[in-house]
Design a protein around this ligand. Structure first.
Ligand code: J2J
Length: 540
């Protein structure tokens, strides 16, 4: 067992097994079974490259042996920061076979986040591409090594001073470790609301159950083709049903290098893609582009949209524009996933975020005192179930607040549930900005701003945005000097944080509005910035 990972209470685990939710499958065995039953079929396509199930299985074994020779053992953590390339799959399945845990970083993360993941998870290795989107990850790795000297850096590509992934493949694992389905398979990242992202321990049992159900609701089978346009490491693209759900179903995964219609539409035509998933801003871009597209997108059966609230108006346009079914997906890396069903009435599909995938997902909608609200009323969503973790990795104190004593996870989402059990996301009680699906923990960025000598105080809120849904606005009280907005943004960039976390707007202010309890009133700040934006729009 990896220490610091809260597990499911015994009686719940037994029940989820008895009910057939958890079937004792592991990712390592899952791939082996697919390789045995349909080895010749293609598992993943990336550009000109194709890898069959049998090859992927063999490559994963070879790499597992190589990792083992590097000293990576069962339970060790490895930060994996790979974009949508075949190596992502080889690395993950190699680690799964060893019982080592990938920690899923996103390509947009920079030194500050990566150092934190490596230090906090006590990672033994860090896997990167050489370059991606004109960014050199080896330079990033050098910075990380200054802080975490013992880390082994493995590069998928031209390795420079580091270890070259292609050279690691070895013959066979010695004494293959026993990996149990109740073991933690990896650490996923939380969107976070207090300070740094929390790490989410997901077991083979709970994750495979979740992606299996998601696959069923999307009617995935061997003939399905899933196009991954968003980063594969994001929980939505990884598992709802995502790339892992597609492999579970024996389908084919196609990797897009970028999410733009220019890249994705030709791929849909060429590869006869049947399903893909988008965040709302991307869905808007695709909607614009499809009208004048010369590509044949008729193979597409399901277009999933999730990660942030999709407006009803835009949702209504999907079916007429693409000729396929929209599926709204409302999930969280902590576990619970809701989706609309493909045969739901169109009204349900466009106006709700779906219902839980598992009949054993328990839902409570509560007020500020944890009392359940009347049916249909808005409250905070609490959940417990066979997919949802019972606590974050090494976060005992935080877990006390993030979970109820009886194990419900406090999602921080404000929702209402209709008579048919479908959830509508109405708002958010957590201190987070959802920038078109990318989550920003206000406190994390506020802390970075506070590190600037001229900043006395800072508060970050969401401001409405027609395209992204929300953007971030930082209200800043200065001490004496007058740094420019550009200088402050640069300061944040130099601290090594992902670009999406840098505030879209910075407003200087003399003092903050306060609540009667003496806390900074973010509600008032949100109102101030929304009014300012609207006022400007009225004048224009
Ligand atoms: C409104 N808010 C949403 C939606 C997520 C499937 C789909 C998405 C994620 C994901 C995921 C939303 N409408 N349709 O992991 O498996 C907001 C909520 C939620 C938070 C979780 C999956 N879909 N959200 O986005 O861990 O606030 O997972 O609590 O990144 O995103 O974010 P994340």
């Amino acid at each position: 067992m990896v220490t610091g990972c809260p597990s499911f209470p015994k009686e719940f685990a037994e029940r989820y097994r008895e009910m057939g939710c958890w079937r004792g499958e592991t990712f390592g065995n899952m791939l082996r079974e697919r390789a045995e039953s349909q080895g010749e079929r293609i598992a993943v396509t990336s550009g000109e490259k194709n890898i069959s199930y049998a090859e992927l299985d063999k490559r994963a074994d070879g790499l597992a042996a190589g990792f083992q020779q590097l000293g990576i053992r069962k339970g060790d953590r490895v930060v994996v920061q790979l974009p949508n390339r075949i190596e992502f799959f080889e690395v993950c399945f190699a680690l799964f076979r060893l019982g080592a845990l990938p920690v899923f970083a996103l390509p947009s993360h920079r030194s500050n986040e990566i150092c934190y993941f490596c230090e906090f998870a006590e990672a033994v290795a860090y896997v990167i591409p050489d370059t991606y989107m004109e960014f050199d990850y080896r330079t990033l790795a050098k910075e990380v090594k200054n802080t975490v000297p013992g880390l082994q850096v493995i590069v998928a590509g031209d390795a420079g001073d580091f270890l070259a992934l292609p050279e690691l493949y070895a013959a066979a694992i010695v004494d293959p470790p026993a990996v149990s389905s109740s073991d933690v398979a990896f650490l996923q990242l939380s969107g976070g609301s207090t300070g740094l992202s929390k790490l989410i321990p997901r077991t083979h049992d709970d994750y495979i159950y979740c992606l299996r159900l998601n696959g069923e609701f999307c009617r995935l089978n061997q003939d399905s083709v899933y196009l991954a346009v968003l980063p594969v490491a994001h929980n939505f693209t990884l598992s709802s049903p995502g790339v892992l759900g597609a492999l579970y179903a024996g389908a084919r995964v196609v990797l897009a290098a970028a999410p733009s219609p220019d890249e994705a539409f030709p791929l849909i035509e060429q590869e006869r893609v049947t399903i893909t998933s988008l965040v709302p801003p991307l869905a808007l871009i695709w909607l614009e582009a499809v009208a004048s597209s010369r590509y044949d997108l008729s193979s597409l059966k399901v277009l999933q949209v999730g990660g942030a609230k999709f407006s009803e108006e835009a949702a209504r346009r999907i079916k007429p524009a693409f000729g396929c079914t929209l599926q709204q997906s409302y999930g969280m890396a902590e576990g619970l996933v809701n989706c609309t069903r493909l045969d739901d009435p169109e009204e349900t599909i466009v106006s709700t975020q779906g219902k839980p995938v598992s009949p054993y997902d328990e839902i409570r909608v509560v007020d500020e005192d944890d009392i359940e609200v009347a049916p249909g009323e808005v409250g905070q969503l609490l959940t417990r179930g066979p997919c949802t973790i019972r606590g974050y990795y090494k976060a005992e104190e935080h877990n006390e607040k993030a979970f109820t004593p009886d194990g419900f996870y406090r999602t921080g989402d404000l929702v209402s549930v209709n008579a048919a059990g479908y959830i509508v996301v109405e708002g958010r009680a957590k201190d987070q900005i959802n920038r078109g699906g990318e989550k920003i923990a206000a406190e994390e960025v506020e802390n970075h701003l506070l590190a600037h000598p001229a900043v006395l105080d800072a508060a970050i809120v969401a401001m409405p945005d027609a395209f992204l849904g929300e953007r971030s606005c930082a209200f800043v009280i200065l001490r004496h000097e007058n740094p420019t907005v550009g200088a402050l943004k640069n300061f944040l960039k130099e601290r090594g944080i992902a670009a999406f976390k840098i505030p879209d707007r910075i407003e200087f202010i003399d003092s903050f509005p306060y609540t009667p309890l003496g806390k900074v009133s973010k509600k008032e700040l949100r109102k101030m910035i929304a009014e300012k934006i609207n006022g400007k729009r009225l004048k224009e």
